[in-house]
Design a protein around this ligand. Structure first.
Ligand SMILES: *Cc1c(COP(=O)(O)O)cnc(C)c1O
Length: 376
């Protein structure tokens, strides 16, 4: 008997309005307690899997929310064009959000942007990827002063998306903490004791602090704000006692490569009663965090994220906290994710930085990544 085939459903809307103006361009991500990382760290490690966001990083939250706010301020029938000047995860988040909302996106990236990231921007559905200028500042200026101006001159409506320094981005990022709190409540685990996140321009840290403030948790949760050496713009400002800019970025963790953090991030870190602790690790240890996470949890993340994971190994957590950790303590790692990683890069990082594991305390084979590490 022939089964009638359902006719395809009609398109969601006409051609003048966006496909789903109010679709949320990020997802609720799982919070996973990691047995292997907990063994390595000596306390309970929870991974907030932001690597599973549509764009591959938590930036889907902040940039997604920022775009929704701009859309809400426009007349309903406008079909704006989204513009970003990031060849990194912020650009990917802008493109993923645009396609989810049925809007076109153009990204202008510096000429130094890797083919891997350009191909990811295209795969995500970017209408156009323009390479211009030696560094981000030049790509950004070209986007604002040439590409967006041309678009507007033709009567088009443009939404420019910054990478981190905007309150709407922080509010979007704050949803990660609200989710963690709800998930831990749900599982009967109460509130976290420690939150670990990395800091580039401070958009994620600002979101984390906004979330903790709104839940009345910022006076009881320790926040480890982690950077790589050569991108330590928060650490440098904190030790200078005022907001300063780094002369240049020398870390390979380019997603953390903001020479100056948002002033709000400095404020959160230094305000009265702040429980934010800044911690800096070299690229080698960030890379180690990436390959050990791959071996222990089968997850691939870039250096900007691996730097958080590195804290779970070889006693680094106690060093960062400046105190002992208790076995029942609950530590949440915001596994921010990032698309600047491939199997080959993980392999090369271990070739280049594998020495970092020499002479480290062994756990007697309790942690998988220790058992499978190559003999050097
Ligand atoms: C952007 C980014 C960061 C840093 O976030 P900021 O908001 O700039 O501080 C960290 N990790 C990953 C994977 C990122 O994409």
């Amino acid at each position: 008997m022939a089964v009638p085939i359902q006719p395809p459903s009609p398109p969601a809307s006409g051609t003048t309005s966006p496909k789903q103006q109010h679709a949320q361009p990020w997802i609720t991500t799982p919070l996973k307690e990691s047995a292997a990382l907990s063994k390595a760290a000596g306390c309970r490690i929870f991974l907030k899997l932001e690597n599973l966001q549509p764009s591959g990083s938590f930036k889907s939250r902040g940039i997604g929310h920022y775009i929704l706010r701009r859309l809400a301020a426009l007349p309903p029938s406008t079909r704006p064009h989204i513009f970003s000047s990031s060849g990194g995860n912020a650009g990917l988040a802008a493109v993923h959000a645009s396609t989810a909302l049925g809007l076109p996106a153009t990204v202008c990236v510096p000429l130094s942007t890797k083919p891997l990231m350009i191909s990811k921007l295209h795969a995500a559905g970017a209408l156009d990827v323009v390479a211009h200028g030696a560094a981000w500042a030049e790509a950004d200026a070209h986007l604002r002063e040439v590409i967006i101006k041309e678009h507007e001159a033709k009567g088009g409506v443009a939404i420019y998306t910054p990478p981190f320094d905007h309150p709407d981005i922080w509010t979007g990022n704050s949803t990660v903490v609200k989710e963690v709190a709800a998930q831990m409540q749900e599982s009967g685990d109460g509130a976290p004791d420690v939150l670990i996140c990395s800091v580039g321009g401070g958009g994620l840290l600002n979101g984390v602090m906004e979330g903790l403030d709104s839940l009345d948790l910022s006076s009881s949760v320790d926040v480890l704000a982690v950077e790589t050496a050569g991108a330590e713009s928060l650490a440098a400002s904190m030790s200078a006692g005022s907001l300063i800019s780094l002369p240049k970025i020398t870390s390979q963790a380019t997603s953390l490569g903001a020479v100056r953090v948002a002033s709000k991030a400095f404020e959160y870190a230094t305000r009265e009663g702040s429980r934010v602790r800044s911690f800096v690790l070299p690229d080698a240890e960030a890379a180690m965090g990436c390959w050990r996470l791959a071996d222990d949890e089968r997850l691939m993340v870039e250096l900007a994220c691996g730097v958080n994971v590195a804290l779970c190994y070889d006693g680094r957590l106690e060093k960062a906290l400046g105190r002992k950790v208790r076995p029942e303590e609950k530590v949440v790692v915001v596994l921010c994710g990032g698309s600047n990683v491939t199997a080959e890069m993980l392999h090369q990082w271990r070739e280049e930085f594998g020495w970092i594991e020499k002479g480290m305390p062994e756990t007697g084979g309790k942690v998988p990544s220790e058992v499978v590490k190559p003999v050097v």
